[in-house]
Design a protein around this ligand. Structure first.
Ligand code: SF4
Length: 367
């Protein structure tokens, strides 16, 4: 399930860091917008022992929220072993990110026993969803999977990729979610990355983005009494300007949190590459590869000599984009991801930027 997962769900100060693991690139769907080109012939996957080692290290790094994604995680042969392990890690808040189509009752029971919640992709009604996901029957199968999860007692959020074609679907989706027992609708605007670049003309305009924001506010207000919440994965321009650390632009000594270097989200891709913050970032910003080194070592080295590269990119893009950005909502991750691929020269240029002081705790401590 390679879309921009809702990584905003449990944002609490010291425990807000998250790990996003892409277990494999194989998927039974072939969605129009997939940022990692998930497909039935995908052959890359993380060996189970590497995943389990990463989870052990995740505990040592103080990360609590762990997202398991793909491709489709229910095609990963080791998923059952991972789910069985999770109850031994009570500090974790695990989330399974799935297209929902392969989940049967027994799978849902294992997810429930693991303590994980689920994020399931649903983009609109059956006709739209099946077209967008390029798979007849995908909506029906995902609905069945959601029903199994809800019946087993697993908290389910629906992740909606929104573009010009389904902007009008939100009221319908709200009623659908209430009927299915879905607790939250997380809206992520279409990103111009991976296969999404081919349908970039269907992205929301700035005006439509503002309209989306208003619609979600209205829906959130109307549906809160019925137990349904809404979230939007983009960030408010004013918030980013006031808190550049939300744009991964660290203020060093001027930071109100006294943090000079941090990783909010650690991404482990199916080929073992470890990226800071954004799954679709250019690989030259990778911390390294978990097949060759431990996660703790990669993080430690990153804080010692790799951080300036990514931080420099974010700082340069922030200075270039934010002052003239007109819309109140900013697709920050997408902008940085696009620039990371476009600005082939920025890595070396920006290495000269220095952070003013180290984070006030061990690099290998809580992120
Ligand atoms: S469900 Fe769609 S978006 Fe997710 S990995 Fe499969 S092809 Fe990609």
């Amino acid at each position: 399930m390679a879309e921009s997962h809702d990584l905003t769900m449990p944002p609490r100060a010291e425990e807000s860091a998250a790990l996003l693991i892409h277990l494999l690139d194989r998927c039974n769907l072939h969605c129009d917008h997939c940022y990692m080109d998930g497909a039935a012939n995908g052959s890359k996957f993380l060996p189970l022992d590497v995943v389990l080692r990463c989870l052990d290290e995740t505990e040592r790094l103080g990360i609590r929220t762990v997202y398991f994604s793909g491709g489709e995680p229910f095609l990963y042969p080791g998923l059952e072993a991972i789910l069985a392990l999770l109850p031994q890690k009570p500090t974790f808040r695990p989330v399974i990110c799935t297209n929902g189509t392969l989940i049967r009752g027994a799978d849902a029971a294992k997810v429930k026993a693991s303590g994980a919640s689920a994020q399931v992709s649903i983009d609109g009604d059956e006709e739209y969803h099946d077209r967008f996901r390029r798979s007849a029957g995908a909506f029906h199968a995902a609905n069945r999977g959601i029903q199994e999860l809800v019946a087993a007692g697993v908290p389910v959020a629906a992740v909606v990729t929104i573009c010009q074609d389904n902007l009008g679907c939100l009221p319908w989706l709200a009623e659908w979610a209430i009927e299915k027992g879905v607790e939250r609708i997380s809206v992520q605007p279409l990103q111009q990355v991976g296969r999404g670049a081919r349908i970039a003309h269907r992205k929301l305009t700035e005006d439509q983005m503002c309209e989306l924001f208003v619609r979600l506010s209205d829906l959130g207000y109307a549906y809160r009494p019925r137990g349904l919440r809404f979230s939007l994965q983009y960030r408010a321009r004013n918030y980013l300007l006031a808190h550049p650390c939300a744009a991964f632009v660290c203020n060093g000594e001027r930071c109100h949190r006294q943090v000079a270097k941090e990783i909010k989200t650690l991404v482990v891709r199916e080929d073992g590459a470890v990226l800071p913050e954004i799954p679709s970032l250019h690989p030259r910003f990778a911390l390294g590869n978990v097949m060759e080194s431990t996660l703790v070592d990669l993080v430690t080295r990153y804080f010692s000599d790799g951080y300036a590269n990514f931080h420099g990119l974010c700082r340069a893009v922030f200075a270039e984009v934010m002052p003239g950005f007109g819309a109140p909502i900013v697709p920050w991750d997408e902008i940085v991801s696009e620039r990371s691929w476009a600005r082939q020269d920025c890595g070396s240029e920006l290495r000269t930027l220095q952070v003013s002081h180290e984070r006030d705790r061990e690099a290998a401590g809580p992120l």
